[in-house]
Write a protein that binds this ligand. Structure first.
Ligand code: 5GP
Length: 119
């Protein structure tokens, strides 16, 4: 499977479609999910063209990988979630239920969450 340059997050990165941005630097963009599943639901994406978790970890430079996860933690603090807790989710591929084929991490919190694993 090759990277679809017209997926919705690629279009957000090219600023063809707006997003409600919460953080941006040269490697990472984070924005509110358009259909939030919790009071806080943020999507955090690398700017590079990676399809999903698997692709990112197989092909990105180690510094890029470390940088992304450091920013995930920073953004959790930006929303004061470090004490109350939060959940990180990444859906990978068809069986993982991934809808948008650009790697993204869901940062979800702001309330007690239900169970998330399984069917
Ligand atoms: P996935 O199922 O791929 O892990 O999650 C995709 C997420 O992207 C969904 O939670 C969906 O609500 C969100 N989403 C889809 N299109 C857009 C969009 O145009 N803007 C934003 N901010 N979120 C989107």
């Amino acid at each position: 499977m090759s990277y679809d340059v017209n997926n919705i997050f690629a279009r957000i990165l090219r600023q063809e479609i707006p997003c409600n941005k919460v953080f941006e630097d040269d490697k990472v963009l984070a924005f509110h999910d358009v259909h939030p599943k919790a009071p806080i639901h943020i999507l955090i994406i690398p700017k590079g063209a990676y399809i999903n978790f698997h692709d990112f970890h197989q092909h990105a430079e180690p510094e890029t990988i470390i940088h992304l996860y450091k920013k995930v933690a920073d953004i959790a603090e930006q929303f004061n979630l470090q004490q109350s807790g939060y959940r990180l989710i990444t859906n990978c591929g068809v069986d993982g239920g991934q809808e948008v084929p650009h790697y993204h991490i869901h940062l979800v919190g702001g309330d007690k969450l239900g169970t998330a694993v399984g069917k």
